[in-house]
Ligand binder design. Structure first.
Ligand code: G4F
Length: 359
């Protein structure tokens, strides 16, 4: 079969985008972004018996998901169904955001993580490839976790990978698969190597949300303390809404390439706690050492943070710091949020939620 590079295709104003993982943090922000610029948007979601699956999507659209956004039930492990959806919807762009995205959980559930994060993207890529000369452009949600035990600092597109978890290893597979389909079949495939990106929509078991939501609950008298793992881990934290904009920009380039998306600024989990507590006037004071360390609030006169080894990981990624210069230059991408405005927005949202303002 002959593959026409997609950069030569006419791409009209009503571009059609298919988003796997549309109900997640990034999926919701991306759907809103693409809808706002006139795309026809569709998403893939997994059936679940747990209610509230559409909450994030509803939130970004101010309560009601536009009727024009088509939602398909499928799963990254269901290759025939993915192929049928791609053939029925005929997208111009496919954003593969669905994944088992929790690094810690990937140690407990390595096979399902690899199935979703490595074989899943292969199924999506195959579905795209089966469109022949109509193959859509493909975005793969790659991650800074692939740098793992970092080989240089900061990390850029040429930094060697050294993943430290089943999650990172599986993501490395799909990174290379995307490169391979680009080189083998001329498929327009690009990897966004995104560093940590957060928002009010972040899942409750990621450290930033655990901190902002937990501290808001403590302030409202709903709990006494939160338990955290490694306080010294350093991350380059940005805002998800800035990062989905970078995804879209990558997909509009003439040539498919891979990009590091990061802020270039790093903070530790401990610093995140300090800034969040400061925003809530909790007067945080650290006492003790290692697993006996606690965060004490002088304002409340109680311990509000405890360290619990149950949140330590078998192999930790101690430090991540991205070098986003390629994205800044080639994509003209510039994040709008700073670390401080990110933390503030998360705190404001969680305080409002704990006061019943968002129910
Ligand atoms: O918030 P985290 O769970 O994010 P992590 O592991 O960096 O992964 C996130 O970012 C990646 C991009 O680099 C994505 F690929 C991935 O899907 C996900 O979005 O943990 C951040 C750090 C870790 O070092 C962890 O050990 O915080 C440390 N930490 C300390 N206490 C904790 C906790 N992490 C969690 N989840 N929960 C804790 O109580």
């Amino acid at each position: 079969m002959h593959y026409v590079p997609t950069e030569y295709r006419y791409r009209g104003p009503m571009t059609r985008a298919l988003i796997t993982g549309i109900t997640g943090q990034d999926g919701a922000y991306l759907a809103k972004r693409l809808y706002d610029i006139g795309y026809t948007v569709a998403g893939i979601l997994r059936r679940t018996s747990v209610p509230g699956q559409l909450k994030k999507l509803e939130w970004v659209f101010g309560g009601k998901i536009p009727e024009s956004i088509e939602l398909f039930y499928s799963d990254l492990t269901d290759a025939p169904s993915l192929t049928r959806i791609v053939h029925d919807f005929v997208p111009d762009e496919v954003y593969n955001l669905a994944a088992q995205s929790h690094v810690g959980i990937s140690f407990q559930s390595p096979v399902s993580t690899a199935t979703a994060n490595a074989l899943g993207p292969m199924n999506v890529l195959e579905a795209c490839r089966s469109m022949g000369s109509d193959a859509p452009r493909f975005y793969q949600a790659s991650t800074s976790e692939m740098f793992g035990k970092v080989q240089e600092c900061p990390q850029n597109e040429a930094t060697p990978f050294y993943p430290r978890s089943p999650y990172g290893v599986a993501k490395l597979f799909s990174y290379w698969l995307t490169v391979n389909y680009r080189e083998s079949y001329d498929l327009f495939g690009c990897n966004g190597i995104l560093f940590n990106h957060e928002s009010p929509l972040r899942g409750e078991n990621f450290v930033t949300k655990k901190i902002t939501q937990g501290l808001a609950q403590i302030l409202k008298g709903k709990r006494e303390f939160i338990e955290l793992g490694n306080l010294e881990a350093k991350r380059d934290w940005g805002h998800a809404s800035d990062y989905v904009d970078a995804m879209w920009r990558m997909m509009q380039q003439k040539k498919p390439e891979d990009y590091v998306i990061a802020t270039g600024i790093q903070h530790s989990v401990r610093q995140f706690c300090e800034v969040a507590a400061d925003r809530l006037n909790l007067n945080l004071e650290w006492q003790g050492e290692r697993e006996h360390e606690v965060g004490y609030s002088r304002t409340l006169g109680q311990t509000i943070i405890r360290v619990s080894p149950q949140y330590y990981r078998p192999a930790e990624v101690e430090t991540l710091l991205g070098d986003p210069r390629k994205a800044l230059k080639q994509l003209c991408w510039l994040p709008k949020y700073t670390f401080e405005t990110l933390v503030q927005e998360m705190i404001d949202h969680d305080l409002l939620e704990q006061s019943g303002g968002l129910s």
